[in-house]
Design a protein around this ligand. Structure first.
Ligand code: GRF
Length: 219
């Protein structure tokens, strides 16, 4: 099995990007990050790419006549280097049709809430304000909507009475760093099948991830 060629799109801190880099570096995930694309020259993700010798490009929507043209330029760039999976890691834009059509069910996103609850910005704060007792994170395929595509993996955490947005975000982020590499690994190993809204994961793939699909809180 060859290494999965992955592109990461990120706008900021890039801790999820880092979790993928680490999963690859440790040999757990058979993949390579062919390119980081960012829309923010200040993104800390760029420092991470530099540190790990990963190629990166900054591409800005304002340099294109329309959002569609921006996303077709990204698609072109990624096709040129034979990318097989596009991973959105804190990429703060809604992906448009030209990129989605170029990579059908080959674009993943991670959202810091249990979708379909609390899509969009500040999923953790939305959950806190609503008063839910359980929240978590969701890895899903990207369609044209806001966090609406077929769900691949979710993981749950408790919400405590004294949680702040920061404390809840931190608890969720720890699981993001586990389930995102996990979802990419399942994809890399051909374990994922999509049927309409439903994503099926081959059961034998679960052995290794025991306790990770819906990890119980440690405290
Ligand atoms: C994460 O909370 C992710 O769920 C959301 O954006 C944040 C990105 O964080 N989509 P990072 O840049 O990966 O550290």
């Amino acid at each position: 099995m060859g290494k999965l060629r992955i592109a990461v799109l990120a706008s900021g801190r890039g801790s999820n990007f880092q979790s993928l880099v680490d999963a690859i570096d440790s040999g757990w995930l058979q993949g390579e990050i062919s390119m980081l694309i960012t829309d923010n020259t200040e993104a800390f993700a760029i420092e991470r790419a530099k540190k790990h010798g990963i190629a990166y490009r900054s591409m800005f929507p304002n340099d294109f006549a329309s959002k569609d043209l921006y996303f077709s330029a990204i698609a072109e760039e990624l096709k040129k280097i034979h990318v097989e999976l596009v991973v959105l890691a804190g990429f703060m834009r809604i992906v448009r049709k030209p990129l989605i059509d170029a990579f059908p069910f080959k674009i993943m996103n991670i959202h810091p809430a249990l979708l379909p609850s609390f899509p969009g910005l500040h999923g953790q704060k939305q959950a806190l304000d609503y008063g839910v007792k359980i929240s978590g994170c969701t890895v899903h395929f990207v369609d044209g909507g806001m966090d609406t595509g077929p769900i691949i993996i979710q993981a749950a955490v408790p919400v405590h009475d004294d949680d702040t947005e920061e404390s809840l975000s931190e608890r969720i982020l720890k699981l993001e760093h586990k389930i995102y590499p996990q979802a990419v690994k399942l994809f890399a190993e051909g374990m994922i099948e999509v049927s309409g809204r439903k994503v099926m994961i081959r059961r034998d793939a679960f052995a290794e991830v025991d306790g990770m699909i819906n990890p119980l809180p440690e405290n």
